[in-house]
Design a protein around this ligand. Structure first.
Ligand SMILES: [Zn+2]
Length: 188
């Protein structure tokens, strides 16, 4: 099998990793049918063997665009942190595996934004108190609301930023988060 590159996160997808984070998808990758990137969740229509990974020159960004990308990094780290904690708190093994995979994917999204924005350090956010989410159902509801927020964020700013590549990446990630909404709601 070939080693195909995801143009969104830059990772290579192959027979050793096609099933990574499988629990974070509704339609699963199969060895002979890889339909999304197991790292960032982008559709396989954004795979290429020869094209360059989507890139921008962050020096060309104005201050407001930089702020939007910086906030996108924080949004994804915020959600990645939540899923990591939620995986420890939840009771169902199936939901735990899903939360772990979702956490990996959200952190990958943060890395994509860091690369595009030219940011070197992953932000450390303050510790949140999740103790109110004392059932799997509450955790899943909170998850779906975070995903809704992410979809709204990407929708709004993909239209406002005047950089074609960045806008495209925002729309691709919005579509990944849309799947996460359905995935988390399906478990309730
Ligand atoms: Zn990817």
């Amino acid at each position: 099998m070939t080693n195909i590159k995801c143009l969104v996160c830059g990772k290579y997808v192959n027979e050793n990793n096609y099933n990574f984070n499988n629990e974070a998808f509704i339609d699963k990758n199969k060895k002979n049918s890889i339909i999304y990137c197991p790292f960032c969740g982008a559709s396989s229509i954004y795979f290429s063997e020869s094209r360059e990974v989507y890139n921008v020159n962050p020096k060309e960004f104005d201050e407001s665009t930089l702020k939007i990308v910086d906030h996108a990094v924080k949004l994804e780290v915020f959600n990645g942190d939540f899923y990591l904690e939620a995986a420890k708190m939840c009771k169902s093994d199936k939901v735990e595996a899903m939360f772990k995979s979702l956490s990996n994917i959200e952190y990958e999204h943060a890395k994509i934004h860091m690369r595009l924005g030219g940011f070197n350090n992953k932000p450390v956010l303050r510790n949140m108190d999740y103790s109110n989410y004392d059932t799997d159902e509450k955790l899943l509801k909170a998850a779906s609301m975070r995903e809704e927020h992410a979809v709204k964020y990407y929708n709004k700013y993909s239209k406002e930023i005047n950089n074609e590549v960045l806008s495209k990446v925002f729309k691709i990630l919005r579509d990944v988060e849309k799947i996460h909404i359905q995935l988390t709601l399906d478990e309730i």
